[in-house]
Design a protein around this ligand. Structure first.
Ligand code: HEC
Length: 252
């Protein structure tokens, strides 16, 4: 996150006396004597937190609909949500599973909905953000290639595949927040396979060109077929079932 080095990160922790006390409690009073040790303790703490049910409750409607679900309040998908799920994991009708499925079996309960890969899916520039941050219309966000450790031009314009958990309550979408609505995202993907999807419904104009055109993963994005309006709506209904139970009230 733009921190220059480990020491700077550790110094940030040292600014907070609650953190200092907790780190010393868990890792010993000498934990801050060595930067590498303190940094490793921070990483271990975050990893431990991410493994708790507080961070990852796996209690969305999607999880509660699994036959393996053993918690309270099991859920039965509606016909529409179930159609969306079938489409999402299908190799025939859509390509989503090529990037947003981690587990080898489709529909596993603790699916993370990202294969942790990096791809350029052809997202256009968000001109409003460009105007607001003053970078100017000619600036290009090269994504992964902007990392100084990455030099292979094949990585130009790639972004990490995000998890789709809680996606219905975490808009706007894409790294630059270009799309406000989940339906727009599904239509954006459908345009790779459906010649009738010529307009971005949020602007009323033709879809803008990819910010970085040369490396778009068309081999994957052109897998599958065109979706009908009803199938697009089913995909959106399915994506809403990926919302943790505590956030369900946020869905409009
Ligand atoms: C080639 C890999 C690939 C395929 C195939 C793919 N995605 Fe994605 N998806 C990505 C990447 C990479 C991003 C992040 C792009 C960005 O931020 O610019 C993304 C972003 C998204 C987002 C927005 C996430 C957010 O938090 O902003 C949604 C929703 C989404 N994808 C759903 C889908 C659906 C539904 C399908 C199938 C129709 C699909 N994706 C197919 C790689 C893929």
């Amino acid at each position: 996150m733009g921190m220059p080095d480990k020491a700077a990160t550790v110094n940030r922790i040292l600014e907070n006396s609650d953190y200092v006390a907790a780190f010393q409690h868990h890792f010993g009073n000498a934990v801050f004597d060595d930067t590498d040790q303190a940094y490793a303790a921070m990483a271990e703490s975050i990893a431990a937190f991410e493994m708790t049910t507080e961070f990852a409750p796996f209690d969305s409607k999607y999880d509660r609909s699994r036959s393996r679900y053993e918690g309270d309040d099991p859920y039965i998908m509606t016909t529409q949500e179930s159609l969306g799920e079938t489409l999402f994991f299908s190799e025939q009708f859509t390509n989503c599973q090529l990037c947003h499925q981690l587990k080898s079996l489709p529909g596993r309960q603790e699916e993370l909905f990202s294969n942790h890969g990096y791809f350029n899916i052809g997202v256009p520039v968000n001109q409003a953000v460009r105007a607001a941050n003053g970078k100017g219309a000619s600036h290009i966000d090269h994504g992964l290639l902007d990392n100084p450790a990455v030099t292979d031009m094949a990585h130009d314009g790639k972004f990490k595949v995000p998890s789709l958990r809680n996606i219905a309550v975490t808009g706007p979408y894409m790294h630059n927040g270009l799309f406000a609505d989940l339906t727009t995202v599904v239509l954006f993907y459908d345009k790779f396979n459906n010649v009738t999807r010529t307009l971005n419904p949020e602007t009323g104009l033709a879809w803008a060109e990819a910010e970085v055109a040369g490396t778009v993963a068309t081999d994957k994005l052109e897998e599958g077929g065109a979706l009908s309006d009803a199938e697009v709506a089913a995909m959106v209904a399915f994506l809403k079932t990926l919302t943790d139970q505590r956030y369900e009230p946020l869905i409009e």
